[in-house]
Write a protein that binds this ligand. Structure first.
Ligand code: MEV
Length: 456
């Protein structure tokens, strides 16, 4: 039976055995062994990972790398990155190196305010009556959540503002209570959601007990209370700039001036063509997500927010901008980022903790600045490749070892192939053909791997 109740209650071994029985074709003993082989050797550490999610069977590894030489606001960082795409760390590192001797990266947090919403239905006939009521009740709502907010208040955060918004354009009778928060070094999702749910409860009571309301005015129906992952006020700007002539010279005989001009045009395309904009911003998030993951932050929230912000003017567009003014090339990124440096996975995952240490244990502001700069470096390197050599030149070089591994190439074959493809076009078929000829011409070249001749 492929359907099951109470799966979460099974032991890990029973979960894997059940999967092996119904979903895998290999021998169940091999499946159990394979899943177990990815478990952490330290039982306590494995227990910690098991607890992070649900129905955990084993761990799914992703490479953890670093991009050194990031000069940001005159401070040098070595940035941790977790990512599965081979060229991303290399691109970030090359962007960092490129700007290191040109003043490095600059970054500035615009603000760090987050938003939460309580959507509710109130079917009174006079909207002004609810608006007057809200002015009267607002201090009591704030008062009613002091037990939840006290800690955050002490750390310099808390509730920044409360507003009532009429949402009748969505549906008759619909309103929302919009709250703005400062959550300091915490991402603050649990804090915000707890406060919002308390607001919802308090609001219901206040409406019920308000003597100026009559009949159906005395009830509100709470639709939902939840933070918004759209945080246009929790935002950071990062930029690089230098005189055009100091950009250097580029592959394909491109002068600094030509490079600068082509680069600015490439960004303008991403600012106006949404097909290009999505790929362009994906490149930015290649860098951002990798640091977000390495520091135990929420990459889904970051992506959702970034893409919503990219469409803030009604058309999805590039998050970065480039221009040349008075001979100065300037490339900048303006991106919302809601991150935490305390609580959540950051304080739990042993490698996330190491990432924070590697970065000098930054607060949320500094981490936002670092992440934005990595996004900008990533974007710079990608567009630099696009307007010079083309992306495949570097990509396929990075991908060569993956292709060789796919064909089970031995270490000696990898070494020879890397040398051979130095000045040749790399593709799946070209690598396959190369290996086939090599092995046919000289069978000893293909050495045995794990006791077998690797198959092509
Ligand atoms: C690939 O992961 C990212 C790029 O496509 C970004 C871009 O095109 O700007 C190279």
């Amino acid at each position: 039976m492929k359907s099951i109740s109470g799966f979460s209650k099974l032991s890990k071994a029973d979960k894997i055995s059940w999967l092996a029985k119904y979903f895998f074709t290999s021998n169940p003993v091999d499946i159990v062994r394979e899943f177990a082989s990815f478990a952490h050797t330290n039982v306590e550490t494995q227990r910690l990972f098991d607890g992070i999610s649900e129905n955990t069977l084993t761990n799914f590894y992703l490479p953890y790398g670093v991009a050194p030489n990031f000069m940001i606001n005159d401070r040098m960082y070595c940035v941790p990155m977790v990512i599965e795409e081979s060229s991303v760390v290399a691109a970030a590192a090359s962007g960092a190196k490129f700007w290191e001797d040109k003043g490095g990266f600059h970054a500035e947090v615009v603000s760090t305010i987050k938003v939460g919403q309580v959507h509710f239905r109130w079917e009174g006939a006079d909207p002004e009556k609810l608006e007057r009521f809200f002015v009267e009740v607002e201090p009591r709502l704030r008062e009613g959540v002091t037990h939840l907010v006290a800690n955050m208040d002490r750390r310099g955060g808390g509730i920044i503002g409360l507003e009532l918004e009429n949402c009748q354009h969505i549906e008759p009778g619909l309103w929302q209570l919009k709250a703005r928060f400062e959550t300091c070094n915490a991402m603050g999702a649990n804090f915000i959601n707890s406060v919002l749910e308390e607001f919802a409860r308090l609001l219901q009571g206040e409406v019920r007990n308000n003597t100026s309301f009559i009949g159906r005015e005395r009830t509100i129906e709470i639709i939902m209370a939840i933070l918004s992952n759209y945080t246009p006020e929790c935002r950071v700007k990062a930029w690089v700039e230098c005189p055009v002539e100091t950009l250097g010279s580029f592959k394909g005989n491109l002068s600094a001036a030509d490079f600068g001009r082509k680069f600015v045009t490439a960004i303008r395309i991403a600012e106006n063509d949404r097909f290009r904009a999505a790929t362009h911003n994906k490149g930015i998030f290649n860098g951002i997500d990798a640091v977000i993951l390495a520091t135990g932050n929420d990459f889904r929230a970051t992506e959702a927010c970034g893409h919503a912000y990219a469409a803030r003017n009604g058309q999805y567009a590039s998050l970065s901008h480039a221009e040349i003014n008075d001979g100065i090339f300037r490339f900048e990124l303006d991106v919302p980022l809601a991150v935490g440096t305390v609580g959540g996975l950051t304080g739990l995952h042993p490698l996330a903790k190491r990432s924070m240490e590697l970065l000098g244990n930054p607060g949320a502001h500094e981490l936002m600045e670092i992440i934005a700069c990595v996004g900008l470096a990533q974007n710079f390197s990608a567009v630099k490749s696009l307007v010079t050599t083309g992306i495949q030149y570097g990509h396929m070089r990075m991908h060569l070892t993956n292709i060789l591994n796919h064909f089970g190439a031995s270490e000696a074959e990898v070494e020879r192939a890397v040398a051979y493809f130095q000045d040749k076009t790399i593709s799946f078929p070209s690598v396959r053909e190369y290996l086939r000829t090599q092995r046919a011409d000289n069978p000893r070249n293909s050495e045995l791997k794990d006791g077998k001749l690797p198959a092509i």
